[in-house]
Design a protein around this ligand. Structure first.
Ligand code: XCC
Ligand code: SF4
Length: 637
């Protein structure tokens, strides 16, 4: 039906349906006039998408195949090796999860490597910016800090961090052990899903999904949860913790969001990807007098660094660098004709950027050995000479200003003010230093519950629409919403992060927000910062003397596309949360897998998934779930 509607639509109708963000339509029309394609155009060309793929019943895990199962029962019900739909679907999903966990954790590895560089002295352009944070981590890990210099503490901590990736024994991951609540750890032990080492859990998925190893959907999914826990409670968590140590723990800060942050008079440089190691340096060197001088010499007022996706979130929260948009806007930023360069690290970077950029003067600069795109300029970022290296990369952008074609520039005027930067520490300090006020507000029912809303944008959903609709519904029902990633960018753009947004909240939440001067939805950071939510949930559960699965809380990824979201959703489920998915995962070809994820999981880990493409209906399910949890706690509904 969707397909028919799309076929019948005129171009303009299609573009209007693409997004609720006012910057999108004019830029899609500009793209059209200039013969440029975007993800939306390519999405249309992919219709109808492969039914076997959508259901997850296509297997390419060996060279007897590819094999596919006939979902209607007329054709083959087994692959050549005998794997049935349940096995194939479970294996495919676990491989996606493994990729997501690997992405987050490899990002963490790069952060930890530079942290090691601080200890060993080669990472001279990085420093320990937040000593308190480091001491807190040390204490949590059981590292003695008394009488030691900060560098001595750092050395011991980094040794533990490095071992998380590949420690050879079977003991639990050290960060998970330090931060997860006792009841959770006990449950995971009983279920045999305590993660031992990050790389090991990912590798074990790759092993088990090889032909002729694990064919049992439950056993496969159990290993998936184990890898996801390794990601959430260690990989992603280390990425967050050490980024805070090196760049500072985010505090509330006023920022601007949406494509209107691009400037006609300046060199516009977009940092895109996930890791703050380079983007923080770019943002800093852009203020360097030498670079500003260079920008003036080519006729610009200065250098305007803007962010995209999660590395954008990293510099947004720490430096107030404006954010140009979320995932589906990456091509549009180039189509404005006003972008001198896109500097990328990794993840969520469409290879199409190079094609789009070829129609404009924009340069795409890749910087990581593991991320190269044919047609892009590759300048490897040297972390041992970070500042000089960042300058070298930025210079390419500045010198490109003279190639901008003024007549082809169109910068949408829309930009929105937002208050972001709600780390756990910042939330605690807004609460006056303890969890007590939040616990009281929850118990009395002023705040009914907490929802974590995260994740991407996806052309299968009208861009930003589900993020906005679900958040509106939740806050109107007195549920405090926290979140990360492209959800958080959507919220920034649509005004949910202004303190005045409290007016959209129900009476109880509104009162609390007004008293504290905070918005009803809180920006907690980038994708890896979902680990901040784990820490907050654990602290709240401990404070109340209950398990995470008892809390009036739920999660949602309304517009997710990424394999990383599979891992995030899974670690929240394994940590005891109900998690909503707003785009349909490729699992419907197996009734068994669907049952495991949406029913059986709850009796095992206390959390489960549910799939609902209608955001308002999804919010109602989450609200009902929260009511139920309140009933069980004996709190007023
Ligand atoms: Fe990527 Fe993190 Fe998704 Fe946005 S939200 S599209 S993963 S940038 Ni994590
Ligand atoms: Fe086919 Fe089995 Fe090989 Fe998959 S693993 S491609 S189902 S033979």
């Amino acid at each position: 039906r969707v397909y028919e509607r799309i076929l019948r639509a005129t171009k303009r109708e299609f573009y209007e349906q693409a997004s609720i963000d006012p910057t999108v339509l004019p830029l899609l029309e500009k793209a059209d006039r200039e013969g440029v394609e975007t993800a939306w155009h390519r999405y249309l060309k992919q219709q109808p998408q492969c039914g076997f793929g959508l259901l997850g019943v296509c297997c390419r895990n060996c060279n007897m195949g590819p094999c596919r199962i006939d979902p209607f029962g007329y054709g083959p019900d087994k692959g050549i090796c005998g794997a049935d739909a349940d096995t194939i679907v479970a294996r495919n999903l676990m491989r996606a999860l493994a990729a997501g966990a690997a992405a987050h954790s490899d990002h963490a590895r790069d952060i930890v490597e530079v942290f090691r560089g601080i200890v060993d002295g080669w990472a001279k352009d990085y420093k320990i910016a937040d000593e308190q944070k480091l001491l807190g981590i040390a204490r949590a890990l059981g590292v003695k800090t008394d009488g030691k210099s900060i560098m001595e503490v750092a050395k011991e901590v980094v040794e533990i961090a490095e071992m998380e990736f590949g420690k050879p024994d079977n003991s639990p991951l050290r960060f998970l052990n330090a931060y997860a609540p006792e009841r959770r750890k006990e449950l995971w032990r009983k279920l045999g899903i305590t993660p031992r080492a990050i790389d090991r859990e990912v590798t074990e998925i790759m092993h088990r999904t090889h032909m002729g190893v694990d064919a049992d959907p439950l056993n496969l999914i159990a290993q998936g949860l184990r890898a996801a826990l390794a990601d959430g409670w260690s990989g992603s968590m280390m990425a967050t913790l050490f980024s805070d140590v090196m760049f500072g723990t985010p505090k509330p800060i006023k920022v601007w969001a949406n494509l209107g942050v691009l400037r006609e008079d300046s060199v516009n440089v977009m940092v895109h990807g996930h890791n703050p190691l380079l983007s923080m340096q770019i943002a800093e060197v852009a203020k360097d007098p030498e670079m500003v001088e260079l920008a003036k010499s080519v006729g610009a007022e200065g250098i305007n660094v803007v962010g995209m996706c999660c590395t954008g979130n990293e510099v947004l929260m720490r430096l107030g660098i404006p954010i140009a948009g979320n995932f589906l806007q990456q091509e549009l930023a180039i189509i404005t004709g006003a972008l001198e360069a896109v500097i990328v690290d990794y993840q969520c970077i469409m290879p199409a950027l190079v094609d789009v950029a070829s129609c404009y003067h924009t340069k795409i600069i890749t910087t990581e050995p593991k991320t190269k795109i044919p047609g892009a300029i590759h300048i490897e970022f040297d972390k041992a000479n970070a500042r000089e290296s960042a300058k070298k990369i930025l210079k390419v952008a500045v010198e490109n200003f003279k190639n901008r074609v003024k007549e082809r520039v169109f910068i949408p005027k829309e930009k929105m003010e937002a208050v972001v930067g709600f780390s756990v520490e910042a939330i605690l300090s807004a609460l006056g230093g303890s969890l007590e006020p939040l616990a009281d507000a929850l118990k009395s029912g002023k705040i009914k519950g907490i929802a974590g809303v995260v994740g991407c944008t996806n052309p299968k959903v009208r861009h930003d629409s589900s993020h906005v609709a679900i958040t509106k519904e939740l806050i109107a029902n007195d549920i405090l919403v926290v979140g990360t990633g492209c959800w958080a960018i959507a919220m920034s753009k649509h005004g949910f992060f202004k303190p005045e947004a409290a007016e959209m909240a129900g009476p109880g939440l509104r009162e609390v927000c007004k008293a504290l001067g905070i918005p009803p939805a809180l920006h907690m950071g980038s994708c890896v910062d979902c680990s901040r939510m784990l820490i907050a949930l654990a602290a709240l559960a401990d404070h109340l003397g209950v398990d995470i699965s008892d809390l009036p809380a739920a999660g949602s990824a309304p517009e997710w596309y990424s394999e990383k979201a599979v891992s995030i959703g899974s670690y929240f489920v394994a940590s005891g949360l109900l998690v909503h998915l707003g785009t349909i995962p490729q699992v419907l070809g197996s009734k068994r897998v669907v049952e495991l994820l949406t029913k059986d999981a709850e009796s095992l880990v206390g959390g489960k998934f549910f799939v609902e493409t209608d955001p308002v209906k999804a919010a109602r399910v989450m609200i009902e779930h929260i009511r139920e949890k309140r009933r069980k706690l004996g709190w007023p509904e």
